[in-house]
Design a protein around this ligand. Structure first.
Ligand SMILES: Cc1cc2nc3c(=O)[nH]c(=O)nc-3n(C[C@H](O)[C@H](O)[C@H](O)COP(=O)(O)OP(=O)(O)OC[C@H]3O[C@@H](n4cnc5c(N)ncnc54)[C@H](O)[C@@H]3O)c2cc1C
Length: 491
């Protein structure tokens, strides 16, 4: 290893060495190629490099072969070409928030293409559209759209998440029941393909690619920017957060049952809501409408749920976003927020009574005694009036249109490393729910990447019945597998 390090140093190499066996000759050839094309790259172990390879999820670390930071589309094309020529997998990274560190390749040995310099936001107010670079973070994008013309797009709640990963694989937030996922609001995509050509995908140009990019994007190219539909955000919004104290597993099962029925049959598009089960459980969300209508809608529901105390406030658009951001919308540079966790998801179309009982019993017997900062967040995702469910099941690669709930299971350590022996906590919870639901084909959300899934299971769970079509598109646009990762389509 010492010999390898010194050989690398003697080449004056830009990139990192990794512990995986990427032959030195390949690395040198990649380095030469990047240098010849003048693609900007971070020097191995420079301050910026060390900062950039530190993932959001500190539990999941990878060592790239090289770390490029292009400033032009030509640089991206050249980086892709250098990777392809030298048999090195190429991975775009935007906000770096993948739970499985997929923006760092999801394994050692990739050439990273960091999109930080592609973060422009250009609003066309008359058209109500915006060109948005994939390297921007949600809080910065929301702030820019609002300050340029009081506009907004649909997006997730965490302001540090990158536009790239969120939009290419889903994008659920507190506007989704009325306006769909982030990917439902993409009008056009510009991307660099595996053969280094630059193409546009939309409903009329490269429609197959457009389908694949909206739900499985990482495997198909490097997206430089999106054209999004924007909207004028509402300015008098009711943000609520109620304390939930189920006490017994029967009460929790009742709550989940009531919320499932409500999501499917009664919840209007103006109401976005999530139940967070944790050591301090809550029911929180936003209603876009009057206080009077809100009270009429929520009063009977809260009674059925046995909820009495909480906060309800009126908010502008920006303060609505801030209420769910748990911090400022605009993000520090360099971005330096991290957690240490294991997460899983389930996207059930319907939870049977035995499945709900299994969920509640596990909470009572096991989760309640876990002293780490865990949570199970249940978003009321689908149902009769949800804009997500109204989009045709096969019109995008996103495979969970019929999911009533979006369930995120998250277990983190605030003190020290996450110990692998703790994986059994969430695996056990999901195992009990699925074992109580024979015949149910549960989907999972790749934006909550689950590192415990093997390739075949990841493909099946993330893309369900869409997977075979996606593989066909992948073969057509990336036959040599330039964009691969352990859980991506076609890998
Ligand atoms: C704190 C936190 C809160 C979250 N909240 C929400 C939420 O409210 N709603 C929700 O839906 N999700 C949420 N997520 C999940 C989030 O959407 C995913 O983790 C998302 O993939 C992160 O995107 P990124 O660009 O930050 O990550 P990255 O790790 O940079 O990228 C994720 C994947 O996208 C690929 N990719 C990135 N950029 C490009 C590009 N330009 N072209 C092609 N492929 C690209 C990467 O290669 C990688 O496979 C949250 C995550 C975190 C950590």
């Amino acid at each position: 290893m010492v010999q390898i390090k010194s050989a690398i140093a003697s080449f004056g190499i830009l990139f990192a060495y990794s512990t995986i066996a990427t032959p030195l000759s390949k690395r040198a050839a990649l380095d030469d190629c990047l240098k010849t094309a003048a693609v900007p790259a971070l020097e191995f172990q420079s301050k910026d490099y060390n900062q950039s390879v530190k993932p959001f999820n500190l539990r999941v670390n990878f060592k790239p072969v090289a770390y490029s930071v292009p400033t032009t589309v030509k640089h991206i094309q050249d980086a892709v070409s250098c990777g392809a020529k030298n048999g090195i997998q190429v991975t775009p990274k935007s906000g770096g928030h993948s739970y499985g560190s997929h923006g760092l390749g999801g394994e050692d040995g990739h050439l990273i293409v960091d999109m930080r310099n592609f973060a422009n936001v250009t609003l066309n107010l008359a058209e109500q559209t915006a060109l948005i670079g994939t390297g921007g973070r949600l809080g910065d994008v929301a702030t820019a759209l609002y300050s340029q013309g009081k506009q907004a797009i649909v997006h997730g709640t965490c302001p540090g998440v990158g536009v790239g990963g969120l939009s290419l694989h889903g994008g659920y937030g507190m506007m989704s029941r009325g306006r769909g996922l982030t990917l439902d609001n993409i009008l056009e995509v510009e991307l660099v393909l595996a053969n280094s050509s630059v193409v546009t995908a939309s409903a009329t140009k490269n429609p197959d690619l457009f389908y694949a990019l909206r739900g499985a994007g990482a495997a198909f190219g490097i997206v430089t920017n999106f054209k999004f539909k924007t909207f004028t955000p509402p300015e008098n919004n009711i943000v609520f957060n109620y304390n939930v104290r189920p006490g017994t597993s029967e009460n929790l099962a009742n709550m989940v049952t009531v919320l499932q029925n409500f999501a499917v049959n009664e919840q209007p598009a103006e109401l976005n809501m999530r139940l967070t089960i944790s050591p301090g459980s809550s029911l929180g969300g936003v209603y876009y409408g009057s206080r009077e209508d809100y009270n009429k809608l929520m009063g009977p529901l809260l009674t059925k749920l046995g909820i009495t105390g909480g906060q309800v406030s009126n908010n502008t658009w920006i303060s609505t976003l801030s209420a769910f951001a748990y911090g400022p919308l605009q993000q520090a540079k360099p971005y330096d927020t991290h957690e240490n966790f294991f997460a899983k998801s389930l996207m059930p179309s319907w939870l049977s009574a035995p499945a709900i009982n299994a969920l509640a019993n596990y909470w009572n017997t096991t989760a309640r005694t876990n002293t780490r900062a865990w949570y199970l967040m249940i978003d009321l995702h689908g149902g009769k009036s949800s804009a997500i469910s109204k989009v045709g099941a096969d019109s995008t690669a996103y495979a969970h249109r019929n999911a009533t709930f979006k369930m995120q299971f998250y277990d983190r350590s605030f003190f020290g490393d996450y110990n692998p022996s703790w994986f059994s906590f969430l695996n056990g919870w999901i195992g009990n729910i699925t074992a109580a639901s024979p015949g149910e084909n549960f989907g999972m959300y790749i934006n909550y990447a689950d590192t415990s899934l093997d390739k075949a299971d990841a493909h099946k769970r993330y893309w369900l019945g869409h997977y075979d079509r996606l593989v066909g598109i992948k073969k057509a646009v990336d036959p040599k597998g330039v964009f691969e990762g352990p859980q991506l389509v076609g890998s």
